[in-house]
Structure formats: structure tokens, C-alpha cells
Design a protein around this ligand. Structure first.
Ligand code: ZN
Length: 180
């Protein structure tokens, strides 16, 4: 069943409001972000959905792989393409806990993704409206729908938890140095 979506305009392109179905799949993306948090990675998660089914998942692994391209979305898009045995993901929707960066947004355009749904914005690196809007760039040969703000609080909460932990660890390490 196609969920009902209410169109709202921000002038930048097609932005649609969240639906319950979106929240369901965003919870799956949040599970991936939690997995990243457990692995001491910046907690960002992503799932790919095709015909109402998750066909790919991924979470950030830049630290464990020491690979600057090992973002949740890239891992997820690769898994989805493997699942469909096709690099064209034209009826696939991508759910990310945080706004994809310019690199990932570029990958979504190359994959011809139908829609991207994200939780929190990334004001520093966001490629879906915050810094750039790669996914709706008229000069490119493919554009997609964008839905933002789905379970934003949960997504941002995980990031805050991660950076708080990092800060505490830094302070602890510093004070230890003085003790020694
Ligand atoms: Zn990225």
C-alpha cells in the first residue's frame, strides 16, 4: 500500500512530509546507527527499501576500515545493488539517520534512487539541502524526492551521545596524564 504523503514546499524542490511507514524504516536505519555506536564509530545508519522490504543495510565504518568512503550510505547502496543484481536502484528508497554528505548524495544520484529520507540535517557536510543539494541538482541527469526530519530527535540523540562520550574520554585521558 502506498502511504499517503503530504507535499510541502520549501522552494528548493520536492520535499514531502514524514509518514508512519517512513518511521518504521527509519527505526531500522537507527538500529544500524546503534551498531556503529557500539563499534565506536560516528553513529550513522542507513537502509535501502524496495517494494516495502529492506534490501540493504549499512552503518558508518570509517574508523574500523580506515576508509574515508566507508559511509553508511555507500555500504548500504552497494548491498542493495548486490541484492537486485543491478546498479540501477530506480524504485529504491534510502533511509538515513543523518543527511547524506556530498559524496553519498552523489552515489544516490548515480544509483538513480527514487527517494531519500533522512532524520537530522548535517549543516557541515549535508549534500541534500544543507550545504549542497546534489540530489536535486538540475544540471545532473537524475533527481530524487527528499523527505527530512523523520525521527530526527533519535538520530541526533545518538550523535550527541557519541560526542559526549568522546569529550569525556579526552578529559579523562588529559587528567590521567597529569596524575602520572
Ligand atoms: Zn557520506
Amino acid at each position: 500500500m502506498t502511504p499517503i504523503r503530504h507535499k510541502i514546499s520549501n522552494g528548493a524542490g520536492k520535499i514531502k512530509m514524514k509518514t508512519n511507514n517512513d518511521e518504521f524504516f527509519m527505526r531500522e536505519a537507527l538500529k544500524e546507527a546503534q551498531a556503529a555506536l557500539r563499534e565506536d564509530e560516528v553513529p550513522v545508519g542507513c537502509v535501502a527499501v524496495y517494494k516495502n522490504q529492506v534490501i540493504g543495510r549499512g552503518h558508518n565504518r570509517t574508523e574500523s576500515l580506515q576508509d574515508p568512503t566507508a559511509h553508511a550510505e555507500i555500504i548500504c547502496v552497494t548491498a542493495a545493488a548486490n541484492c537486485l543484481s543491478s546498479w540501477r536502484l530506480k524504485d529504491v528508497e534510502i533511509f538515513c539517520t543523518v543527511e547524506p554528505c556530498a559524496m553519498c548524495a552523489g552515489a544516490l544520484v548515480l544509483a538513480r534512487v527514487k527517494r531519500v529520507i533522512f532524520g537530522g540535517r548535517d549543516e557541515k557536510f549535508g549534500g541534500c539541502g544543507s550545504v549542497f543539494n546534489v540530489v536535486q541538482e538540475k544540471k545532473l541527469n537524475h533527481r530524487m524526492e527528499v523527505t527530512e526530519g523523520v525521527l530526527e530527535k533519535e538520530a541526533i540523540g545518538l550523535l550527541q551521545l557519541f560526542f559526549e562520550k568522546k569529550r569525556k574520554k579526552k578529559t579523562r585521558d588529559k587528567s590521567r596524564r597529569y596524575v602520572l
